[in-house]
Design a binder for this molecule. Structure first.
Ligand SMILES: C=C(OP(=O)(O)O)C(=O)O
Ligand SMILES: [Mg+2]
Length: 402
């Protein structure tokens, strides 16, 4: 048995300098460490995050005593115990930050004890491919004020023959975007996720990204596509029911649908995340009906990795893709349930980082283990690069097996 012998929690910093929770789990013959990420443009229905210091203090008396002695290879049993001890629907008791750090650390400890990589422990022997990297090269919204209104301008190397080639290509697009901005006389810093954060219009950002993608695509000899995370709940005024843009421009839900559909057509977008307000399953369905055959319409704030919200989306035909953020729901078991439900109904899944991250690379393994089509984890920046580099190592170990 891979029995849990010791559990430790501590408060560490994330990439924004905010406090977050890190968990260490020691089992017979293994050790696992994982940290909770944190969002800025969070969905209203995400699991509850507790103040990191209070959450860690409370967990020492209310959670940890129940974990020692469990078999770490029983991930479902471990996660059910977290739910039981918590006693709420959304981890308001122990905090989703404590829950996700513990859940991921347990899986890593079990994998270490079995001397196999995490992706193989969670995905099984037949996993043989990694998700393509989907990364933001320009960003604004809640991740960088005074920059673009659309939160993320994303690129994905759809034509690459290996994930590592795709990762290098995305980094090259990021560099060319900077060059093109400079040529236009625009200087800028970076947002929370390492994307450039220029004070330009969304239209200008589309033009720059399109030119960069075309130039790099010619250089590397394979197709690179683009997408966006509109993060539309941040633009939506629930009082008026309108999407409010700068300069007094407003759009009704119908106008927002048409606007996004035009963007998909004009810029050949293959991926659009949260194009509409997080409660508007119906407008999501209209856009999916209209554009779902040429573009992934993905729900992030809409679904918050929550199986009951995904079920509603399936019933209404709201999307053909689900963004997966383990800390939105709290445990790996819940995350797996959300992914299997989506995949069973023909939807794609995209594993995702949060805007506040640590060096933790667990999501690289989850994206492979759970058959996600893309992994959204930025393009450059220490905590983003850690995950991409882990993906390169995972892919290498998969090829070695073939
Ligand atoms: C990664 C995102 O941002 P955050 O972590 O701030 O929710 C997102 O909205 O997809
Ligand atoms: Mg999002």
């Amino acid at each position: 048995m891979t029995t849990i012998r010791a559990v430790d929690l501590r408060v560490i910093l994330d990439s924004r300098g905010r406090k977050t929770v890190e968990a260490d789990i020691s089992v017979d013959g293994g050790f696992g460490r994982a940290a909770a990420p944190g969002g800025a443009s969070t969905g209203a229905h995400e699991a509850a995050v507790k103040d990191a210091t209070a959450a860690v203090d409370d967990a020492y008396s209310q959670v940890i005593p129940y974990l020692t002695g469990l078999d770490s290879t029983d991930q479902i049993g471990f996660d059910s115990l977290l739910r039981e001890v918590d006693g709420t629907e959304n981890f308001a008791g122990i905090g989703a930050n404590v829950a996700v750090a513990l859940s991921m650390a347990n899986a890593k400890a079990a994998a270490a004890a079995m001397k196999i990589p995490l992706w193989r422990h969670l995905g099984g022997s037949f996993v043989s491919s990694a998700p393509l990297p989907l990364g933001n090269v320009i960003g604004g919204g809640a991740h960088a004020t005074h920059a673009t209104e659309i939160q993320e301008f994303l690129v994905v190397p759809t034509g690459c023959s290996s994930v590592s080639e795709g990762i290098y290509a995305n980094a090259r697009v990021h560099a060319v975007v900077k060059e093109l901005l400079k040529n236009r006389g625009i200087s800028c810093g970076k947002g929370d996720e390492g994307a450039w954060a220029p004070a330009i219009s969304d239209q200008d950002a589309f033009e720059v990204v399109t030119e960069a993608v075309s130039r790099v695509s010619d250089e590397v000899g394979f197709a690179i596509s683009s997408g966006v995370d509109v993060a539309a709940s941040q633009l939506y005024n629930s009082g008026t029911g309108l999407y409010e843009y700068r300069g007094g421009l407003v759009r009704t839900a119908e106008e927002q649908i048409n606007y996004v559909a035009e963007l998909i057509d004009e810029f050949g977008l293959v991926y659009v995340e949260d194009p509409l307000y997080e409660e508007d399953f119906e407008s999501f369905a209209t856009l999916t009906e209209q554009m779902g055959s040429v573009c992934l319409i993905c729900g992030d704030d809409l679904f918050v990795t929550n199986p009951s919200r995904i079920e509603k989306g399936i019933a209404e035909g709201s999307a053909n893709c689900v963004l997966i953020k383990p800390n939105q729901i709290g445990t790996l078991t819940d995350t797996f349930e959300a992914i299997s439900l989506a995949q069973k109904h023909g939807m794609e899944t995209v594993m995702s980082h949060r805007s506040g991250e640590t060096g933790d690379t667990t999501i690289a393994h989850l994206g492979c283990a759970f058959g996600c089509v893309f992994i959204k984890t930025g393009v450059v920046g220490g905590e983003r690069t850690e995950k991409l580099n882990e993906l390169i190592r995972i892919e290498e170990s998969m090829y070695e097996r073939k």
